[in-house]
Design a protein around this ligand. Structure first.
Ligand SMILES: [Zn+2]
Ligand SMILES: [Zn+2]
Length: 404
């Protein structure tokens, strides 16, 4: 009797949880994740899946991303599945048997789940290679949190050799309004573009008792911070989303000295190119002109940001249809309001149509209401296999098996 994708993946439920727990214990951060990558390599070897280790490096640090390839026995296109590998510099506060053993580091963004989900899918898809018309690229990417990994893999032409026609990724996410295990597979922008700004305000230092002898950059910084907030509340269309946060202020070194400079750092999060450009233009204007009005000099520096995660509508529809073959309606959500966090999966979507989905892993126990990037973040592990089943069904639908 032929076993359905649903049953094949359900039978892997416990293995996926065990793999997730092993990876949870060894979180690493950044682009150099040697222990995690070695774990992935061992698993791929065990499955008989060939792979390559990244050959790029940045500032002397090696990238340990891994790209595996399952070649179907019949000709066809190639699709890519992507998981991220890195953890966060957070000390875990959960008292669980599989607690992080790496001090000060934690898989608090659920990337351990992403790896386990993708390894589960790899094992099942490998068993389908005889009938598959085409290939699957398995991308295990480091350095997502610092937005470096995808960019580096793109410079290694990860979407080529063989050329990838569509790419898929997913993030576990607490979305308590839906049942645990629900998949959100929506068209359009699902995660924001993110940019970082650094503002320097130059004034003139003086004694704290004699401000008239100086030009105070601190009061100027306060005016600039207030004025910047008006962009979001007064200038962005009511139909759009836009966030501006000044997250860091630094000025002065003594309580009775007016410093000569003040530094501000922050981020903007936007969901359209137009709004992104508007923020940049207006921040530059407000900083320069407010500083000028207060006799200071204001400068803004922008760091290379991440584009928005923008799901191709047709691809998203087909991916949601694939999920619909596996799960009841309430587990497949085909619309979403964008999360204002960023994801470097966006870089892949600049080259090929892609879909970034979300798997609701809301924990109804002690971790209820705890967000990602929190030292007490936990997931409902019993639904991780839903992610695996979604990946497997999507790939099989895309490539076709020559049987229909
Ligand atoms: Zn994260
Ligand atoms: Zn993440």
């Amino acid at each position: 009797m032929k076993v359905s994708v649903y049953e094949q993946c359900l039978s892997k439920k416990d293995d996926i949880i065990q793999i997730r727990r092993k990876l949870h214990q060894i979180p690493e951060v950044g682009i150099y994740n040697p222990e995690t990558s070695a774990f992935i390599c061992r698993e791929l070897e065990r499955m008989g899946i060939p792979f390559q280790i990244s050959h790029s490096e940045e500032k002397g640090v090696k990238n340990t991303s891994i790209v595996g390839l399952i070649r179907g026995k019949k000709e066809g296109i190639t699709v890519a599945l992507r998981a991220d590998l890195d953890g966060l510099p957070i000390a875990e506060e959960n008292e669980v048997p599989y607690k992080s053993t790496h001090q000060g580091k934690m898989h608090a963004c659920g990337h351990d789940c992403h790896m386990a989900i993708l390894l589960g899918a790899a094992e099942i898809l490998k068993k389908h290679e005889e009938e598959m018309c085409g290939s699957v690229k398995l991308i295990f990417q480091t350095g997502e949190e610092e937005l470096a990994g995808a960019r580096m893999l793109m410079s290694e032409e990860v979407m080529r050799h063989p050329d990838v026609s569509a790419c898929f990724g997913l993030h576990v996410w607490p979305i308590p309004e839906y049942p645990a295990g629900a998949l959100v597979i929506a068209p359009g922008c699902v995660m924001a573009a993110g940019d970082r700004f650094d503002i320097l305000i130059k004034g003139k230092g003086s004694h704290g008792s004699q401000p008239s002898f100086g030009i105070d950059p601190v009061t100027c910084a306060a005016q600039i911070i207030s004025a910047l907030q008006l962009i979001s509340s007064r200038e962005v269309s009511e139909k759009e989303k836009g966030v501006l946060s000044v997250c860091r202020i630094h000025a002065g070194s003594a309580w009775n000295v007016i410093p000569s400079e003040a530094h501000l750092q922050g981020t903007i999060r936007t969901t359209s190119t137009q709004t992104r450009q508007h923020y940049k233009k207006r921040i530059n204007e407000i900083v320069k002109q407010t500083a000028g009005a207060l006799r200071c000099i204001g400068e803004v520096e922008w760091s290379a940001g991440t584009p928005a995660v923008d799901n191709d509508a047709e691809t998203a529809k087909r991916a949601a249809d694939a999920a619909g073959k596996l799960f009841e309606k309430e587990f497949v959500i085909d619309h979403a309001s964008p999360f204002m966090a960023t994801e470097d999966f966006a870089f892949y979507q600049q080259e090929v149509p892609g879909v970034y989905a979300f798997l609701n892993i809301s924990d109804s126990g002690s971790a209820a209401g705890v967000s990602l990037h929190n030292s007490r973040f936990q997931v409902d592990e019993s639904v991780l296999w839903h992610g695996t089943a979604y990946f497997v069904q999507t790939v099989l639908d895309w490539l076709g098996t020559g049987q229909n």
